[in-house]
Design a protein around this ligand. Structure first.
Ligand code: FAD
Ligand code: NAI
Length: 472
């Protein structure tokens, strides 16, 4: 006998679990299915984000940043430390505790919102009477609506499959048991920079290789240049424009042959290699083809702007569909879909989805970059303000970077805000709010900002758009 639900969500990552909660809040009976297992074989909802993504990476970034501060920055504050050491096992176990707190939090939220949780792989069986049958192990569920939120997996390099011991995806990269002497990363994108930073801070000699000749090409050029300068100064070796060749595993470690930007053949001998060259949408085991759910050439589920698939009442959100692979984008889509099912008008404005790279300095942006505006021929004004001239940044001892604001030349509407520097991840929200209300740079410039605060740099960048900074 199948259990009936108004809405069945497959996947309990940020896209799926948030969709399930929002649908339950709107009065639907909801089931959420997730197959992720913890180390005891029990449920571990939260998806990539909670288990091997956002949360554990930020835990390790925090631990390693404290370590680096203790080793370098504390001395400037007059704080002396002798015999500084890192207990990697303890750092990893703390990270695992943080992950478990989040897994447990989601199970609690399901109970609180009366979402029925099923642990196992969900597969489409047959469509009947306009409803969908989904099988999870021995259980059979029937749903009027199905939301697919099955996420993504790391992409491996051809000929170099992940063994999670020597050649690591994000999963193994978060479980390295001792600081490697030499660590290589292929891909200088978000994971490459975040995970490279963690292990460099703890003492590894880190080399990052990327095929593209431009560093962080999606980031505003000026911001990317500033970040590149800072990372290089920290000791991160970044080689751009390379062509990766054979990757050979030895008894210990791995060697990577590559051709550098000058065309010279090179070989790196490494203890560990992290491959972070992007992710692929995951529909394994869903039986998408069995019910005629349309996928594109990358394996992503094809959806319209409102996350509708080609099947009536089947929706898809998050990493398994087009758009940026970000947890908050997945969440916004989950909420929007639940609201559309309820007859409301949920939607996601992709232009207002912020990006953050949690390195030090942090990089955060929302809206258009200067190169995008130039490419579309939009007339704009730019203003920037360096943290070097900000009192709070000086007090923090962290003055790298700047806030940069781009506004329409005629209307002064803010078109993009780009930050490299301390707490950029927090500062960017002011820009998101302003842009959601279609604020002008003058609006920000007229708002009273607390002193001393890093956020004053955003106000000063807004003043700079009108060429009238007060503190620079
Ligand atoms: P996922 O989180 O991948 O969840 C999908 C879930 O579905 C999984 O639990 C999976 O087990 C389950 N599943 C799949 N198929 C089935 C099935 N057939 N039946 C049952 N269950 C199934 N994004 C940010 O915004 N900020 C960050 O700081 C950030 N850091 C990251 C760091 C790393 C190292 C990585 C790898 C990613 C990071 N991301 C970050 C990206 C973020 O993790 C993803 O964008 C986000 O998890 C996508 O959410 P999702 O719900 O679409 O999919
Ligand atoms: P990415 O797309 O950020 O970067 C991949 C990099 O690999 C690019 O610079 C690309 O030029 C390079 N590359 C691709 N193929 C290559 C090859 N064959 N040889 C050499 N270089 C190659 O992908 P990444 O870092 O794997 O992260 C995946 C996604 O996860 C991100 O795009 C992001 O959506 C998400 N993520 C988000 C985080 C955040 O929000 N802070 C943190 C980590 C991941």
């Amino acid at each position: 006998m199948s259990k009936p639900f108004d809405v069945i969500v497959i996947g309990a990552g940020p896209g799926g679990y948030i969709a399930a909660i929002r649908a339950a809040q709107l009065g639907f009976t909801v089931a959420c299915i997730d197959e992720w297992k913890n180390d005891k074989g029990g449920p571990a909802p939260g998806g990539t984000c909670t288990n091997v993504g956002c949360i554990p990476s930020k835990a390790l970034l925090q631990s390693s940043e404290y370590f680096e501060h203790a080793g370098h920055a504390f001395a400037d504050h007059g704080i002396g430390l002798k015999d500084l050491s890192i207990d990697v096992a303890k750092m990893l176990s703390r990270k695992d505790t943080v992950v478990k707190q989040n897994n447990d939090g989601i199970l609690y939220l399901f109970k609180k919102n009366k979402v029925s949780f099923f642990h196992g792989r969900g597969s489409f069986m047959k469509a009947a009477d306009g409803s969908y049958q989904i099988v999870v192990g021995e259980e059979s569920l029937i749903g009027k609506h199905v939301i697919v939120a099955t996420g993504s997996n790391a992409r491996a390099l051809p000929g170099a499959p992940f063994d999670e011991e020597t050649i690591l995806s994000n999963d193994g990269a978060l479980r390295i048991g001792a600081v490697p002497k030499t660590l290589g990363l292929i891909g200088s994108g978000v994971i490459g920079l975040e995970m490279g930073s963690v292990w460099r801070r703890l003492g590894a000699q880190v080399t990052v290789l990327d095929a593209l000749p431009t560093f962080l090409c999606a980031v505003d050029e000026q911001i990317a240049k500033e970040a590149h300068k800072a990372f290089t100064k920290q000791g991160l070796k970044i080689e751009l424009g390379v062509q990766v060749g054979e990757i050979k595993k030895g008894k210990q470690g791995v060697s990577v042959a590559y051709t550098n930007a000058e065309g010279e053949a090179q070989t790196l001998a490494l203890d560990k290699l992290i491959v972070s060259i992007g992710r692929v949408p995951n529909t394994v085991g869903l039986n998408a083809e069995g019910v005629g759910l349309k996928l594109d050439e990358r394996g992503a589920i094809v959806v319209d702007a409102g996350c509708r698939t080609n099947l009536p009442n089947v929706w898809a959100v998050g990493d398994v569909v087009r758009g940026p692979m970000l947890a908050h984008k997945a969440e916004e889509e989950g909420v929007a879909v639940a609201e559309c099912i309820a007859g409301q008008h949920g939607h996601v404005d992709f232009n207002l989805v912020p990006w953050v790279i949690y390195t030090s300095p942090e990089i955060a942006w929302v809206g258009q970059t200067e190169q995008q505006l130039k490419a579309t021929g939009r007339a704009y004004k730019a203003g920037s303000f360096p943290f070097m001239a900000n009192g709070r940044a000086r007090a923090l001892g962290d003055t790298t970077g700047m806030v940069k604001m781009l506004a329409d030349a005629a209307t002064d509407e803010i078109l993009g805000v780009h930050i490299v520097g301390p707490f950029a991840s927090e500062l960017i929200t002011e820009a998101c709010v302003a842009m959601a209300f279609r604020a002008s740079s003058e609006d920000i410039a007229r708002i009273c900002h607390a002193h001393p605060s890093l956020a004053e740099s955003t106000k000063e960048a807004a003043l700079a758009v009108d060429k009238r900074t007060l503190n620079f």
